[in-house]
Design a protein. Structure first.
Length: 168
């Protein structure tokens, strides 16, 4: 029951923040959407763990998440500059392709977040994930190398290291 209350509260707060104002009709719709979403997806948001984690662990995790947010925005901004450079070229100089990049992450939540971070970064798109090899298939707008280590460093390593610390 606590998970459902926490899910409802988080969704309602996000709803209010995203709408930008609080009126009675927006609040009623937000409550309805939050209730429906809570009952459909709260089990996916909070997973039961076999081991109990202390509040210090969660505080440390939150600290690293807060530190990671500006890192992601910086990386996304730099990638956006690289991609936007191609818009102004007379002759296209990019070499799009699909690369296979292995990851060292094992946590399902970390893998999911990494896939989303790759997709949110301009110029890259996560296409698939191979569970056996723990490898992402990524469409990259400007493939600069086909070497596994180099491609990994260029596309996922910057996020992977942070996620490893957050979800250890």
């Amino acid at each position: 029951m606590r998970r459902k209350i926490a899910t409802f509260t988080i969704i309602l707060i996000v709803w209010i923040i995203l709408t930008g104002k609080i009126t009675m009709d927006i609040l009623i719709v937000g409550i309805i959407v939050s209730l429906i979403t809570t009952f459909l997806y709260s089990d996916l948001l909070f997973r039961k763990s076999n081991r109990k984690k202390s509040w210090i662990y969660h505080l440390k995790q939150l600290f690293y998440i807060i530190l990671f947010i500006p890192v992601f925005f910086y990386e996304a901004f730099i990638a956006a500059l690289k991609v936007s450079r191609h818009v102004f070229e007379k002759e296209p100089s990019f070499t799009p392709g699909i690369i296979k990049v292995k990851t060292k992450l094992t946590n399902v939540t970390a893998l999911t977040i990494l896939a989303n971070l790759i997709t949110l970064t301009p110029g890259t798109l996560t296409l698939d994930f191979d569970m056996r090899e723990r490898a992402f298939f990524i469409h990259w707008i400007d493939v600069t190398t086909l070497q596994q280590a180099e491609a990994r460093k260029e596309t996922i390593e910057r996020f992977e290291n942070w996620l490893e610390v957050i979800f250890q």
